[in-house]
Design a binder for this molecule. Structure first.
Ligand SMILES: Cc1ncc(COP(=O)(O)O)c(C=O)c1O
Length: 393
């Protein structure tokens, strides 16, 4: 029996890889009045957020917070570091890597690409060759998404730095950690990453609207020498004590109230514990998907287990099946929200987000309800619930 469109009984299971669940404490923190622009109480909240973000990025350097989404972070990086004609090497591990490259191309940056962005992470050898071929060291930066949310490929960021060091290549290393910050280890300073950025609506458990960008001294120096194109994104102008200029204008206060509560929550759980929780939940999803794929009609998008993300899993649906039907059914009849395939995987895949404020029972509910939807469309699969339960037991 179909539910009325407006009546949702019980909880909705939100399993997109962003936006993710917003915990009650984060929602409560946003239920308050604004401060005036000169109120020290708000400056203190901002400073606490910046200090709490530093260990999550693994950096001692500057962290800038923008009223923006992940695309805004891409723009912040582009406007600060690049000018028309600059060259970059993009590690293409899927749709978001590709779109980051497109974003830069539109601004006149020449983007060289390695990797197919399909079923496997770009090989370290290919990255090595592309950098070795750059004899005149024209490549100004290497770009990599630690987790590409479209393909669900995970990249080995430290391995890329090792290759750059071995070739004595002076390019900046830039990491998109939008879908991985808080879910898996990331050590910006120790790994020699120059810029890393994330957004509030993923494992940071907030509403969309904040981009957090961590910037090394080397990248700050590059930005200072880059012809200024934008006042809003400008790190040099934002780098100061004044709260108004730190935010390029009026701060997005309510997002920051939420961020403070989310960071407190992450701190209470412990970053390493939260990352282990993400590993555990991912293991349950992967165990289930391996069963779903056993009859041969469905498949992991990412072939090698070591390349699979722990925050999102992209699952190829059977050839010829329009996967959006399954998503629509799950959303309207089961209160389960899955994500769809993107780009070339559009209508050919579903994606299960498993990041942020999630626990074992929630992931089992998601997997079980997905099976209900797969039964509805008679997809050939073996149940993975037992395997998922065992992965968590
Ligand atoms: C890895 C990655 N980078 C960038 C983005 C773009 O972020 P936004 O949608 O907040 O603009 C996303 C969004 O899902 C993402 O997953």
């Amino acid at each position: 029996m179909s539910q009325s469109a407006s009546l949702k009984i019980g909880r909705t299971f939100l399993h997109t890889p962003g936006p993710t669940y917003i915990p009650q404490s984060v929602r409560n923190a946003m239920q308050r009045q604004s401060y005036d622009l000169a109120d020290q109480t708000f400056f203190d909240i901002c400073n606490r957020c910046v200090e709490a973000l530093k260990p999550i990025f693994g950096t001692r350097h500057n962290v800038f917070i923008y009223a923006a989404n992940g695309h805004g972070a891409w723009d912040a990086v582009a406007q600060n570091l690049f000018t028309e004609g600059d060259q970059v090497l993009l590690v293409n591990n899927g749709g978001f890597s590709y779109w980051w490259g497109e974003h830069l191309s539109t601004l006149g940056v020449k983007v060289h690409s390695v990797g197919q962005g399909t079923h496997a992470a770009a090989g370290i050898d290919a990255i090595q060759r592309a950098l070795a071929d750059d004899k005149s060291k024209k490549i100004k930066a290497v770009l990599v998404a630690q987790i590409d949310t479209a393909s669900s490929i995970k990249a080995d960021v430290p391995a890329i730095r090792r290759v750059m060091d071995a070739l004595d290549h002076n390019a900046l290393l830039l990491a998109d950690v939008v879908a991985s910050l808080g879910t898996m280890p990331f050590e910006m300073d120790a790994w020699g990453v120059d810029v890393a950025f994330s957004a509030s609506q993923k494992a940071m458990m907030g509403p969309a609207g904040l981009a957090m960008v961590a910037v090394s001294q080397k990248a700050m120096d590059v930005a200072a020498a880059n012809p200024v194109k934008s006042v809003y994104w400008n790190w040099v102008m934002r780098h100061g004590a004044d709260n108004y200029t730190q935010f390029g204008g009026t701060a997005p206060q309510h997002g920051i109230f939420g961020l403070e509560a989310a960071l407190e929550r992450l701190n209470q759980e412990g970053l390493a514990v939260a990352q282990q929780r993400h590993d555990r939940l991912a293991a349950a999803v992967h165990a289930a998907v391996a069963c779903w794929a056993a009859p041969g009609a469905m498949a992991f998008n990412v072939n090698a287990p070591q390349d699979r993300a722990n925050s999102v899993t992209t699952i190829l649906t059977p050839e010829g099946f329009a996967s959006e039907q399954l998503r629509n059914y799950a959303r309207s009849e089961l209160n389960l929200v899955l994500a769809g395939g993107l780009g070339p995987l559009s209508n050919k895949a579903i994606r299960i987000g498993h990041m942020g404020d999630l626990n074992e029972a929630m992931i089992l509910g998601c997997l079980a309800a997905t099976e209900v939807a797969m039964h509805k469309f008679d997809l050939p699969f073996e149940s993975g619930l037992d395997a998922a339960v065992k992965a968590l037991a």
